[in-house]
Design a protein around this ligand. Structure first.
Ligand code: ADP
Ligand code: TRP
Length: 321
């Protein structure tokens, strides 16, 4: 059985892009594979600078993932910061990482171009991510396209270590689904917390409605036929609907006499049909924060055992033991 591993940062509320680009694949694969799912709170520290926010985001994200169906009893669900071994491996790997490789990383270059705060954590972000993955010899890494380069760096660093110290790590492989590799947001750009263009999964009904109403469209009048292939509403609907439902909506676009307001109503109804069960469960879970805490602690014990055993081997190879 291959080991699958991935994580979503606790930097804000989980949105449709995270779900379709990453988490849905975990739900689909969790019956065939051993899964490790973690909350990369140490990565989150590169941007979240308030303890209370970090704690609350982590609680909400944990409840959200359980509500959406993560089988935390069968698999290993934990918080990154509960595994100190990952930080030790980050240092070890950073001593094998060329400076230029990190300078070329898209995420770092983007932050530099946008004049964001360039802390050293942001610079070595891909090394910590490599440690997250290879410490557990994970093979399948479901992510959106924006993380592709990070997985390649993890693979490079695993190879570099193996080459330097002898065969130690399994090489990871990204699992990126083409049709959802970059889910578009309300304004047609990539859906992302940092662009403020998301459809959050667990916000109030009013906020979901407001988000969907604000999806940008062209200015075609009600009676004019419309092109579904260029419409963001249609695109988002097609991620959630069945082939037959997609065909039906497509016909309405082409026939005309069908406005974007109506299309938004159909998308909103589909959103609720897809997520309302999980949304109700989420509210119940949030009422029991201690239980959520315990689930993560239990997961951390399992993960830590694997991490400790692996680090013993690594320490011997590098000669500190
Ligand atoms: P964000 O970009 O909103 O800050 P994260 O960095 O926490 O989200 O991403 C968590 C996971 O969700 C990653 O695997 C990432 O590739 C995926 N993801 C995020 N946004 C999208 C999107 N718009 N389309 C596809 N996948 C996405
Ligand atoms: N960097 C990832 C993101 O922004 C989150 C992450 C951290 C991750 N470590 C990981 C994803 C290991 C997959 C595997 O989305």
């Amino acid at each position: 059985m291959h080991r699958l591993l991935t994580g979503i940062k606790p930097t804000g509320d989980i949105h449709l892009g995270n779900y379709l680009g990453c988490f849905k694949q975990v739900l689909e694969l969790q019956n065939q594979h051993e899964c490790m799912f973690f909350i990369p709170d140490l990565h989150g520290l590169t941007t979240v600078k308030d303890g209370e926010t970090m704690r609350y985001n982590t609680l909400k994200l944990t409840a959200a993932l359980i509500a959406l169906g993560l089988d935390y009893q069968k698999h290993t669900f934990y918080k990154q910061s509960a595994i100190p071994e990952v930080c030790e491996l980050t240092w070890i790997l950073s001593c094998l990482t060329p400076h230029g490789l990190l300078e070329r990383a898209h995420a770092f270059k983007d932050a530099a171009n946008k004049n964001k705060e360039l802390n050293a954590g942001l610079f070595i972000y891909p090394v910590l991510m490599a440690a997250d993955i290879i410490l557990y010899d994970a093979e399948i890494i479901p992510v959106g396209k924006d993380q592709k380069q990070h997985i390649e760096i993890a693979r490079d660093l695993a190879q570099k270590f193996n080459h330097t110290y002898g065969e130690t790590f399994t090489l990871p492989e990204g699992y990126i689904k083409e049709d959802v590799e970059t889910v578009i947001g309300l304004d047609g750009q990539k859906m992302s917390k940092s662009y403020n263009n998301v459809i959050p999964l667990f916000e109030s009904d009013a906020k979901i409605k407001k988000a969907i109403i604000s999806i940008t469209t062209d200015s075609k009048g009600l009676e004019e036929p419309k092109d579904p292939s260029t419409c963001h509403i249609f695109k988002l609907y097609s991620y959630l609907a069945s082939p037959q439902e997609i065909q039906e909506l497509q016909n309405k676009y082409i026939e005309g006499n069908f406005g974007y307001g109506e299309a938004k109503k159909i998308l909103l109804a589909k959103f609720h049909e897809t997520f309302d069960e999980a949304r109700a469960k989420y509210q119940t879970l949030l009422e029991k924060p201690e239980e959520i805490e315990q689930i993560l602690e239990h997961g951390a014990k399992k993960a830590r055992q694997i991490a400790k055993n692996k680090l013993e081997i690594i320490r011997k190879k590098i000669g500190v033991k």
